[in-house]
Design a protein around this ligand. Structure first.
Ligand code: HEC
Ligand code: HEC
Length: 486
């Protein structure tokens, strides 16, 4: 009996040690707490934002639209083909494949094109946490907020400029927020979704055709063998309106926007640490965090100069001279270069500059860089530390063999020269620095704490993926097969 009581007492003690006993902060913890206070971090970039929940009827309609191949010209690509929740809101590829895939429903590394045409020009960023961007969408920011008025959370009431209007004029049809505005463009991009639909016609003609396809009116009437979209729109918009008013550009983009904006995944171990759980991350990650936040004078790597705040981005544009792989954006001598932000702003300093990415969930969202040139976090970190050396040492074997590299050396040398020029002009630029292998490993360990466990857990992601209980209004839902996850 005595032994039994002892056992119970012991069990209780160990159970308590796991949770309740507060840790004493180490010197590392103290140093980090100073940084956290100085940077005014809360750990939660979604604080104070009104973002829709996935069970919101508008987000539910958006989920169905996001997964239907009916929004692509040839009915073979959905938004989810390149932004699947089970691939952390991306496609797991350096530069992805839209139209013309050998197996349209195959996602991940085996996805390839059936013809000799190119992949899409850039890496597909994650749609996770997309509602946390304030300034702009895309690597070059070509869908850009012209300003919010304080207090009007989430509404870009000064307007949004898009590629449909001359930069920087507001696009009167952009919609209610950046994410909704963005969603109107993949369908008009030839390689992503448009395919052979309404070739050489203006964007609005393509959109009108697709809306008519969903609503069974106009140019798209009769194109769907089964069509239950009207009933689905009625569930989300409690309106007594004509089908043209209901299945409209504005309502489709609002629904797709709401679905994506409901993808809030910010519950990382770093957040737990910032909010006071000293045991949430290990010492390597803590050392990495210190390096990340301290500037060069303090012996740090100054990553937060650009990857700032709880969302880990200043939403500004910089030249990193990441090796230029893939088909590019029709720029330069060989038409396979990518001038980045310069394409939008026309400012010489923006040549080869790309938007600072967020680092939330970054361990799950590779490959890295605007064209996915790097397969690993270590690779892209080394690119920051010494771009010229990293470019010289770059190993294209980390790319899928279908990714073009013909003029990589030529184009990347031009980007490196631009970086040097911006530095010599005193413009904001990445500063060369030397870190030990152990320090780089610590930085990577820190970035690995920025993952919300939900994003690698299919059960947790289930609400964002249509299942057997969800309607499939046109029978064209993407039922993705992802051999890389099996
Ligand atoms: C063929 C692959 C592909 C398809 C299909 C696709 N996208 Fe994308 N998406 C991309 C790529 C590549 C980019 C980056 C392009 C750039 O920055 O120039 C991108 C960018 C985005 C962004 C901006 C992300 C950011 O961080 O700024 C959002 C949001 C997005 N896509 C949503 C959608 C939606 C909604 C659809 C369907 C209507 C869709 N995508 C269809 C590949 C795709
Ligand atoms: C001068 C601004 C700046 C600084 C400082 C900076 N970054 Fe970046 N970072 C960028 C930009 C811009 C990109 C995208 C570049 C591109 O693709 O062309 C990027 C890309 C990344 C990526 C790839 C993310 C993705 O989704 O593709 C990671 C990881 C990253 N940075 C980590 C770091 C770390 C760690 C440090 C500190 C050692 C750091 N950055 C310092 C601007 C910066």
């Amino acid at each position: 009996m005595k032994r039994f009581i002892l056992l119970i007492a012991l069990l209780l003690l160990t159970a308590c040690a796991g949770s309740a006993v507060p840790r004493t902060p180490s010197a590392l913890d103290d140093a980090l707490r100073q940084v956290i206070t100085a940077e005014a971090l809360t750990g939660d970039p979604s604080l104070g934002r009104e973002l829709p929940a996935i069970d919101d009827p508008l987000a539910q309609l958006g989920k169905q639209l996001f997964f239907t191949k009916a929004l692509s010209g040839d009915m073979d690509v959905a938004c989810a083909s390149c932004h699947h929740p089970l691939l952390a809101g991306g496609d797991g590829l350096s530069v992805g494949v839209g139209i013309g895939a050998v197996e349209p429903d195959l996602l991940g590394p085996g996805r390839a094109r059936s013809d000799s045409l190119a992949n899409v020009p850039r890496n597909a960023p994650t749609t996770f946490n997309i509602g946390l961007w304030d300034e702009a969408m895309f690597w070059d920011g070509r869908v850009e907020s012209l300003g919010k008025t304080a207090g009007l959370n989430g509404s870009d009431d000064q307007g949004i400029c898009t590629p449909d209007e001359h930069y920087p004029d507001p696009d009167p049809l952009a919609g209610r927020d950046l994410v909704s505005a963005q969603s109107r463009f993949p369908v008009t991009s030839q390689d992503e979704m448009r395919g052979k639909l309404e070739q050489h016609k203006p964007n609005w003609v393509v959109r009108d055709h697709l809306l008519g396809r969903l609503g069974n009116y106009g140019a798209g009437a009769g194109e769907l063998a089964t069509n239950g979209w009207l009933a689905e729109f009625h569930k989300a918009f409690d309106l007594c309106a004509s089908v043209e008013e209901l299945i409209s550009d504005e309502n489709v983009s609002a629904a797709i926007g709401a679905y994506q904006r409901s993808q809030v995944f910010v519950d990382s171990s770093w957040r737990a640490y910032v909010q006071g759980d000293l045991g949430a991350i290990d010492d390597a990650a803590k050392r990495g965090a210190l390096l990340f936040y301290k500037n060069a004078a303090e012996g740090g790597a100054d990553c937060a100069a650009c990857h700032s705040g709880d969302f880990f981005t200043d939403e500004q544009y910089y030249v990193l001279a990441v090796p230029q792989v893939g088909p590019g954006k029709d720029d330069g001598t060989y038409r396979d270069d990518d001038y980045g932000r310069f394409r939008v702003s026309g400012e010489p300093a923006d040549m080869y500059a790309f938007r600072t990415p967020t680092l939330l969930n970054v361990a799950a969202t590779g490959p890295y860089g605007h064209d996915g040139a790097y397969a690993t976090l270590e690779g892209i970190v080394r690119q920051h530390l010494d771009p010229a050396a990293a470019v010289a040492a770059y190993d294209a074997a980390q790319l899928n063999p279908t990714v073009q590299t013909e003029h990589m050396a030529y184009n990347t040398a031009r980007a490196l020269a631009k970086l040097e020029e911006n530095r010599s002009l005193g413009l904001p630029a990445i500063e060369p620095m030397t870190l030990t292998d152990a320090q780089i490993a610590d930085l990577v360990a820190f970035m690995e704490t920025l993952t919300d466990p939900c994003v690698t857990d299919p059960a947790c992601l289930a609400p964002w993926v249509p299942g057997a209980d969800d309607p499939d209004p046109d029978g064209l839902r993407l039922n993705a097969s992802m051999p890389s996850l099996e």
